[in-house]
Write a protein that binds this ligand. Structure first.
Ligand code: FAD
Length: 483
């Protein structure tokens, strides 16, 4: 290698390293844009982008990552990135499940756009990962982006870190990401122009953003539990009152912190001993993470009025913030055997100590996973993933695990769509697979993680993809002309 060439390789390597090591959403997007500009790479060439980037970044540190991504991209289901070449997909929401879906669709060769209404990733709360999600993320190069990934004895990662790593992978595989863009509503194709006129588009905030000119074949709602996409009925599961307290403290990387044993989120229903000891020790029942208890004992010190509606019950003006802070601190002290001399609260994006109480007494699930709309000869496949599809039960770590399964199932459906499968066959297959999702646990899915692909048969041992029949999903094929 000549001196000039060596210099170029090392400069390109440094630009890539800045991108890989960026610690914020904005920083990542900025480092990515500098990288593309300096190396004259065109990020809107979604099909050729990954190969051009790989050709430009030849330094040794990137090789491991290319090896992993190449291996993933070689799954036969992607048909060498040609399975969905003419499919234009919009994903609403840059949470873990939105990005995970985006990566799969990009590997299928689709044009993928993600819109995210915020430009910061600030959720410090940790997600418990199932063994397959760890393997999945490792295979996407998680350790290259976040060296500490699952390094401790507990398999978890903060939502923020997970979003950041998936954003980077999505950009590498050619996904177009726009932050500070909020989905407002779906726009039907104009009636008078038929198939020659524009197809399905979206209204966003800010209204003049270039995204409002894009046309899409597929729209995916990954905007979290308060999904904004029309057409999906929600059903509610109501359980016994279940409240979680989450608290995040600053990690100063001290010896004491390194020594302290990691324990997972603790739930009263799963770990009553912890709470009984905590109660004995401190005289009151406190909760350090996710837990349920009789309301009266717990709330008397924390809550002003014992309202029936949990929203009012947990509203900030009904909670003694100081008491909540000291409760959570004491629980953390207890949980760490009083081995941490200084427990300082991390600050959340409102500038407040990062302690929060959540209610998951009621959990929502969408009745259906997908639907097809047709108007003026233009068809649109609409689907939900992640919390928008099925709200998680945090103590079991189902959010991310079931969220990723749904991401793969959705990608499988979109592959079928691109191959010309009829709407009713497609939707009935999707609904059949969706029926399995709420029952999945870390134990009952296939253990052969190495074999996992977007093909549901590789993941669900008792798959029956025809249990819902096409005539049962007619209502999910919404033809605007017939309206
Ligand atoms: P989310 O992570 O909720 O992402 C949705 C994204 O969509 C967000 O980035 C949001 O800004 C964006 N968005 C919303 N509306 C729009 C719109 N109109 N246009 C564009 N973008 C939009 N799970 C646990 O297991 N343990 C926890 O401790 C825990 N803590 C949580 C704390 C909070 C505050 C929240 C919201 C969730 C928490 N969860 C927790 C749930 C967990 O985060 C999710 O299961 C997981 O992140 C997967 O979710 P997702 O990608 O489907 O949605």
């Amino acid at each position: 290698m000549g001196e000039m060439e060596e210099e170029r390789t090392s400069q390109a390597g440094q630009l890539f390293e800045n991108f890989v090591q960026a610690t914020t959403c904005k920083g990542t997007l900025q480092a990515f844009s500098v990288l593309c500009r300096q190396l004259e790479l065109n990020p809107s060439d979604h099909r050729g982008f990954y190969s051009s980037l790989k050709a430009a970044i030849t330094y040794w540190k990137a090789k491991g990552l290319w090896g992993k991504l190449d291996k993933r991209a070689s799954h036969k289901e992607y048909s060498k990135g040609k399975a969905c070449v003419d499919t234009r997909c919009l994903i609403i929401g840059g949470g873990p499940c939105g990005f995970r879906t985006a990566i799969e669709l990009a590997l299928l060769g689709a044009k993928v756009v993600v819109i995210e209404k915020r430009d910061t990733f600030s959720r410090n709360n940790v997600l418990h990962l199932w063994p397959y999600t760890i393997q999945d993320l490792r295979d996407l190069g998680a350790k290259k982006f976040y060296g500490k990934f699952c390094a401790g004895s507990i398999d978890h990662i903060s939502i923020r870190q997970l979003q950041l790593m998936l954003l980077k992978i999505a950009l590498i595989v050619g996904v177009e990401v726009h932050v500070n863009v909020e989905f407002a509503k779906l726009l039907e194709p104009p009636e008078d122009q038929g198939t020659d006129g524009p197809g399905w588009r979206v209204a966003v905030r800010p209204a003049d953003h270039p995204i409002s000119d894009y046309e899409f074949d597929v729209i995916i709602g990954a905007d979290g539990r308060r999904s904004t996409l029309d057409g999906f009925k929600r059903k509610e599961f109501r359980g016994k009152l279940a409240i979680a307290i989450t608290a995040n403290f600053v990690n100063r990387n001290t010896t004491a912190e390194a020594k302290v044993e990691e324990i997972s989120g603790v739930a009263f229903i799963f770990n009553q001993k912890f709470f009984l000891e905590l109660k004995e020790e401190t005289g009151v029942v406190k909760r350090s993470s996710c837990m349920t208890e009789t309301k009266s004992v717990f709330f008397k010190n924390l809550i002003l009025n014992d309202y029936i509606e949990t929203e009012r019950l947990l509203a900030s003006d009904n909670v003694y913030q100081e008491a909540l802070l000291s409760y959570a601190r004491e629980a953390a002290d207890f949980g760490t055997n009083y081995q941490l001399p200084s427990l300082d609260y991390a600050i959340n994006h409102y500038g407040q100590p990062d302690v929060a109480m959540f209610d998951f007494t009621c959990m929502y699930a969408s009745e259906n996973a997908a639907l097809v709309r047709e108007k003026s000869g233009h068809q649109l496949l609409v689907a939900l993933v992640g919390d928008s599809l099925l709200e998680p039960f945090w103590p079991m770590g189902t959010g991310c695990a079931r969220g990723f399964l749904a991401a793969f199932d959705t990608a499988w459906m979109i592959k079928g769509w691109a191959q010309g499968k009829g709407p009713l066959d497609l939707l009935s297959e999707r609904e059949s697979i969706y029926r399995l999702l709420p029952q999945t646990t870390a134990e009952n899915i296939s253990k052969n993680f190495e074999q996992y692909t977007i093909d549901p048969a590789t993941r669900y041992p008792n798959l029956n993809s025809t249990c819902v029949r096409p005539h049962q999903v007619r209502h999910l094929y919404i033809n605007g002309e017939q309206d």
